[in-house]
Design a protein around this ligand. Sequence first.
Ligand code: SF4
Length: 310
Amino acid sequence: MAKYPELSWSIARHKTLMTCARKYAYHYYTSHNGWLSDIDSLPQQTYRLKKITNLEMHFGSMVHDAIEKAVDHYRKTAELPDEEKMKDFIRHGLNLAYRDSYKREFAWWRRPKDYTMLHEVYYGDTVPEEKIDKIKFRLDTVLKNFFASPTFRDMLNMDKTDFIESEKFRYLRIDGVKVWVVMDLLYYHFDTGKWIIVDWKTGKQADEDRNQLALYALYVKHTFPVESLDDIVIRNEYLLDGETQEYQLSEQDLSQVQNIFERSLQEMEQYMEDTEENAPKPLASFPMQQNLRICASCNFQELCFSDGNV
Ligand code: SF4
């Protein structure tokens, strides 16, 4: 049993540290080994809380799964995806999450990896009606926009495209540190000679979306026979508003993401007692977020507030 987790870096890890250092400590250190049955209760509790999701996130993850399955199935059988079947798959996933959260809390408590707990239920007892209406609307919208997307059109063109990977956890090493890259889709287009990296988004557009894709481009450049950066296209498919954003990267984009990585890693190292072992400083060294609105959406609030929540 490793006493400390292996040090790795990801955009998500960086964003967690930027949100709250205490949250970062819980998520990346305290929860380590919390999946084991013969371990202290704090790592177990922290690991369980880390696994909580919320309705929007769970919906986004079901949409990603539905698209991944549809793409794989089409590439293997040439059968077109069926919108109603995809909707049923997503609805089923959402219903399971409801059932687990309301009726299987104990099962989740014992095996948090195998069951789903919604933040809205855990900390608020119920999912607000307006959230449910919003998700119903999104379900229709995102699938309609998926079928209208340029990526879907390319997917139909099997003779001209080679789909390389989807939703797989990959990593590259930068300065010896493992950097996680989870690409939704990567394909090569024979006519244009371009490598196209696609990220499906079920939320709103954000400034850091481009940085995330630039990191993926670094991975593609390291891993595949890409001759020039001009041969890589990065594309965000915003399924909620039906917009497609494509970027051609410059070397400057790649150095920017490299800079973010370096600065972020330096900051992470400040919270370590031993950088070789990735041993963290005591929990009290990780300051807490002062903005209670941010705490209200955090999974770890029962550890930070004596009343159990904000
Ligand atoms: S509840 Fe607030 S202070 Fe505690 S970990 Fe979460 S964001 Fe940080």
